[in-house]
Design a protein around this ligand. Structure first.
Ligand SMILES: NC(=O)c1ccc[n+]([C@@H]2O[C@H](COP(=O)([O-])OP(=O)(O)OC[C@H]3O[C@@H](n4cnc5c(N)ncnc54)[C@H](OP(=O)(O)O)[C@@H]3O)[C@@H](O)[C@H]2O)c1
Length: 303
């Protein structure tokens, strides 16, 4: 298959590209800069120049491909709703180019905000209200578009996709612990955070593009829920700083926007995904990955 990958130069995309190539597919990466184009060429992918807001570039890229994996996203948390709208329009443009072809369109979504008070499953539709639900609209629209002859699938990723090169929530926690000289968790630290290794996530995207039926929801989740206290403990040990409870009222000042995420118990299951696609995580879990030490190498404490 010749697969167009948007976000191919990103943290997860740069694992999806070799995953597809190794399985014998051809890859065309969407690139919006010379740097991204060079990185893609080095990785063995062809390059399609374009941008999420240049819908013609998305349509022409998708029309020339046998399938699309859509990973590009504007990660500016101050413009959450605008970015969700850009994503929705991009998905509609990609789907329009594939209409009636039965070709796959696999998108990245997330498990955050799904089930409240229980373990989220692939069958939870998720809410579209409020700022947090804005991105869920993209998934709901994608699933509707299964009716237009596109083999649509949504891979809901755990909020922590970890591994070498992670620039998400866990490195932010490490940095906060460095700055504050304590590794904190909110409340009693029992809130659970799901996680998946980027290489396992990459394999799931490939499997979805190869064989997920139209309208499938999948969960890229390996650890169903790691207690945030366990994450704080590994960080504290590696940075050699005390591990402390931070009261809910003090959490926003300590953790910034991460406070709400750390306080939310948000476990998620991938049982149906494993059954449907035979996907099994093979990489270390989040705590084991943190124990390997690469999250702590960049800047020595105190520098
Ligand atoms: N990483 C996680 O922990 C995590 C968790 C849950 C969900 N996700 C989702 O998984 C997907 C991939 O995440 P990631 O961590 O790999 O993201 P990332 O490392 O931030 O990469 C983002 C990618 O999107 C591209 N991009 C950004 N704005 C663009 C635009 N306007 N036009 C074209 N391309 C644009 C970037 O291109 P440049 O190289 O040119 O910047 C880059 O390739 C995203 O949808 C993300 O929200 C990630």
């Amino acid at each position: 298959m010749r697969v167009l990958v948007t976000g191919a130069s990103g943290f997860i995309g740069s694992a999806v590209v070799p995953e597809l190539l190794d399985a014998g597919h051809d890859v065309v990466g969407l690139a919006r800069s010379d740097a991204a184009a060079e990185a893609l060429a080095l990785a063995g992918a062809d390059v399609h120049r374009g941008n999420l807001e240049d819908l013609d570039s998305l349509r022409s890229g998708a029309a020339a491909a046998d399938g699309v994996i859509h990973l590009a996203y504007v990660h500016d948390f101050s413009k959450f709703e605008d970015n969700a709208r850009i994503d929705l329009r991009a998905i509609e443009a990609l789907a329009a180019a594939l209409e009636g072809s039965g070709r796959p369109l696999v998108i990245a979504s997330g498990t955050l905000g799904l089930a409240k008070g229980s373990v989220a499953t692939e069958q939870d539709p998720g809410e579209t209200g409020g700022v947090g639900g804005a991105r869920r609209l993209s998934e709901h629209r994608l699933l509707e578009l299964a009716g237009t002859g596109v083999r649509t699938a949504s891979v809901r990723l755990a909020p922590t996709v970890h591994g070498e090169g992670d620039h998400g929530f866990v490195p932010m926690l490490v940095n906060i612990a460095r700055e504050k000289r304590v590794s904190g968790y909110v409340g009693d630290g029992s809130s659970r955070w799901p996680a998946v290794h980027r290489l396992d996530a990459a394999r799931l995207f490939r499997l979805a593009a190869e064989s997920a039926p139209a309208g499938t929801v999948l969960h890229g989740v390996a650890d169903e829920g790691v207690p945030v206290r366990a994450i704080a403990e590994v960080i504290g040990r590696h940075l050699d700083v005390p591990v402390v409870a931070v009261a809910g009222a003090d959490a926003p000042a300590h953790f910034g926007f991460l406070a709400a995420l750390l306080a939310a118990d948000a476990p998620a299951s991938s049982a149906l995904t494993r059954q449907r696609l035979g996907w099994e995580p093979r990489q270390p879990g989040l705590v084991a990955d943190l124990e390997e030490g690469h999250y702590f190498e960049a800047v020595p404490l105190g520098s």
